[in-house]
Write a protein of this length. Structure first.
Length: 390
C-alpha cells in the first residue's frame, strides 16, 4: 500500500474537483492510501517522511522547500514556483486563452480586456495566452493586473483560507473600468475576479453584459450561479488534472529511476451564462434576436419565430442579418445548432440522439447530414477525435 500525501486546500470547487479526480484514479487501483497531512511546524519533516509521494498545490517557495526536504516524488498541480525536481500536471493555459478569445470574438466584440494578478503565474499564463489569441484575430487587449498579492499572500489568503473578500479591491477596479471604452469584453483570471468585477459594474451603474461582458475560469457554481447576472466561465478540467496527477505519481513510484513527463489536460469547455450573452451591435434589437436564438436553440426554432421575437418586418430583419452578420436568419440558426452540437459532443457523454435534440435538430438523420455538411465529419467521429485530444 502506497501512502500519498495531498497538500491541496479544500475550500474551493476547483481544488475539491482535483481531489475527486485523484480519488477516482485511486479507486481503480486499490493499493493507494490518500491522506491530507496534518502537522505543526515542529512535526513537518517527520510527518512528511512517512509518505511515499505527494500531490501538491505548490504556491510558495516555502512549500517547495518543505516538499524537497522530504526527498519523495512530488507532482505539482499548481505551478506557482519553478522546481525542476517536481513534475507539473496543470491547466492548459494556451487552450484556455484560445477558448476565451474565440467565445468573446464570436459575440462580435471588438474591444477586449484582461483582469488578473501581476505576480501569480496562473494569471500571467492565462493573460499571455488570451492576448496571443486576440492578436491572431488582429485585436488588442487592455490589461489590469493587481500588484498587491505576492505568491505567499495570495496562497495564504485565497487558497489557504478560502477568503472570498481577499480578492482585487473594488476601488482600483472601478477606476480602471471607468476608463475603458465600451462595450468591452473582459476575460478574468478566475471566477473570484469575475465575481468582483460584476459587483463593481453593478455598483457603478455599468450594464453586464450589454456594456461589459465578463468571463471567468474555474466554473465554480457558488461564484458563478449565485450572482445576478450569472457568470460565464471556462471549466479547466480539474477532475482530469487530478486523475492525471495521480496516474503520473504512481508511474513515478513504480519506476523511481525514470521521472515521468508533465501534462496539461485541455479545458472541458465553456459554460455560457448571462454575463456574456450579448452582442454589441448598432441595432439593439439585432442583439436581442441573436440572444433569442441561443436561449431557444434546443426548441427547434425557425426564422419566423426569431423575426416575431423582435417585432419587426421579415424584410427588415433579414436585411440587417445580411448586412451585419453576412448570413440569413436561417443560416445563423443552423450555425448555432452546429456549434451547440460540437460543444455537447466534446464536453458530454450524452447519446447522439440527445445531442440531436438539445442542439435543436429535428431528427437524427437530419442532424447527421447537417453536421457532415458543416464539418466534413460524422457526430460520432467528431466526439472520438475530441476524446483523443484529451
Amino acid at each position: 500500500m502506497k501512502r500519498i500525501g495531498l497538500l491541496i486546500e479544500r475550500h474551493w470547487h476547483y481544488s475539491r474537483r482535483l481531489c475527486e479526480g485523484i480519488a477516482a484514479f485511486s479507486r481503480g487501483r486499490g493499493d493507494l492510501l490518500l491522506e491530507f497531512p496534518e502537522f505543526g511546524a515542529a512535526q513537518r519533516r517527520r510527518v512528511l517522511s512517512q509518505f511515499d509521494g505527494f500531490i501538491a498545490r505548490v504556491w510558495s517557495p516555502g512549500i517547495a522547500a518543505l516538499l524537497k526536504s522530504a526527498h519523495r516524488p512530488v507532482v505539482d498541480v499548481y505551478g506557482g514556483v519553478d522546481c525542476p525536481d517536481f513534475v507539473l500536471v496543470d491547466q492548459n493555459a494556451e487552450r484556455i486563452g484560445e477558448l476565451a478569445a474565440g467565445h468573446l470574438a464570436e459575440r462580435r466584440f471588438t474591444r477586449f480586456a484582461f483582469c488578473g494578478y501581476a505576480y501569480q503565474r496562473f494569471s500571467v499564463r492565462r493573460r499571455e495566452a488570451f492576448v496571443a489569441a486576440l492578436e491572431r484575430r488582429h485585436f488588442g487587449c487592455d490589461v489590469f493586473e493587481d500588484k498587491s498579492f505576492t505568491a505567499s499572500k495570495f496562497g495564504m489568503k485565497i487558497l489557504g483560507n478560502g477568503d472570498y473578500d481577499a480578492g482585487i479591491g473594488a476601488r482600483p477596479l472601478a477606476r480602471w473600468l471607468a476608463k475603458l471604452e465600451k462595450p468591452v469584453a473582459i476575460f478574468c483570471a478566475h471566477d473570484l475576479v469575475a465575481m468582483r468585477l460584476v459587483e463593481v459594474c453593478r455598483d457603478s451603474g455599468i450594464g453586464v453584459p450589454r456594456d461589459v461582458a465578463v468571463l471567468g475560469v474555474d466554473d465554480d457554481p457558488l461564484l458563478c450561479d449565485f450572482r445576478n447576472p450569472t457568470i460565464s466561465s471556462i471549466d479547466p478540467a480539474p477532475f482530469e488534472i487530478g486523475y492525471r496527477a495521480a496516474e503520473t505519481l504512481v508511474r513515478w513510484l513504480e519506476n523511481p529511476a525514470e521521472k515521468p513527463p508533465g501534462a496539461t489536460p485541455p479545458p472541458r469547455g465553456l459554460v455560457e451564462r448571462a454575463s456574456t450573452l450579448s452582442f454589441p451591435l448598432p441595432e439593439p434589437w439585432l442583439s436581442d434576436a441573436l440572444v433569442f436564438i441561443r436561449r431557444n436553440i434546443s426548441r427547434n426554432i425557425n426564422a419566423s419565430e426569431v423575426i416575431a421575437s423582435v417585432g419587426l418586418s421579415h424584410t427588415t430583419v433579414e436585411r440587417a442579418f445580411k448586412k451585419r452578420l453576412g448570413v440569413s436568419v436561417r443560416q445563423e440558426i443552423a450555425r448555432v445548432r452546429i456549434a451547440e452540437a460540437k460543444r455537447l459532443l466534446e464536453t458530454t457523454s450524452l447519446p447522439l440522439r440527445e445531442v440531436c435534440t438539445l442542439s435543436g435538430h429535428s431528427s437524427p438523420a437530419y442532424f447527421t447530414a447537417a453536421f457532415g455538411a458543416a464539418t466534413g465529419s460524422t457526430p460520432l467521429a467528431w466526439r472520438e477525435a475530441a476524446m483523443r485530444q484529451g
